[in-house]
Ligand binder design. Sequence first.
Ligand SMILES: [Zn+2]
Length: 283
Amino acid sequence: MPELPEVEIWARRLDSNLAGVEVESALAPGVVTMKTFDPPLSSLASREITGVRRIAKMLVVEFGDLALLVHLMQGGRMRLFDKRASLRDKSARILLRLADGRELRLVEFGTKQRAWGALLPAEDVAKHEMVATLGPEALPAPPVDQLAEIVRTNRHLHSLLRDQRCIAGIGRSWVDEILWEARLSPFQRGADLDDDAIQRLHDAIGKTLQGALDRYEAVVPPDEVPDKPPMPLQVHKHQGEPCPRCGTTLEAVFFSEYVMTYCPAEQTGGRLLKDRRLSRLLK
Ligand SMILES: [Zn+2]
């Protein structure tokens, strides 16, 4: 799933390439994509796109006093095409046909339809359930005191940091990078972090996410909306390779839908965390 840096670079590029462009027509071919029906998507016709921004891992396309909130979920992507899609294109979830001939399309791959959109009065975006329940944005990292309050609970850091209600924008990829940068175990309880560890976590969140965004700004041309920006991951899914900092072989814990990668020398005091895939097989 795209996370804060990926959605942010999409929002920036979509904003600079779309602001001021008029919508000719808008439709959602499927029945499950739109979570709202009033105002109807068709009311976007002849409105101007006034901006595109990001909230957590969601995109907001603004049309004056209306806003389309889009959650990409796992397989959704917002793409800008020079030509219009055939309506038989099964991956198209929302199509915004633009007066200049281009098309902004929410596409989703795979058989599951999970990506969704909600067309709302602009002032209601902040009140939408998926927005109102968010924790503070992860970039810039919340102040150290606020982060300490968020983190010092009984939960493991790996799940806590990915919980959008605690802190918004971090997912399965960047959490591994952040914890590695902070030299903290993914299974450490938040309540056990001392002030020095909180400070390291704070610095790691900022450095890691800003670093990714800076990288995208450097490599993604201004007129391009990348399908998938090249994620500069050093640790996540690099199990079996040497740790870029200390050379120890990176280890991983496999879950059914994702992998958690860490450096045992620097993050877990040399302990190997239980491989849940293996322990499930042995049951
Ligand atoms: Zn290491």
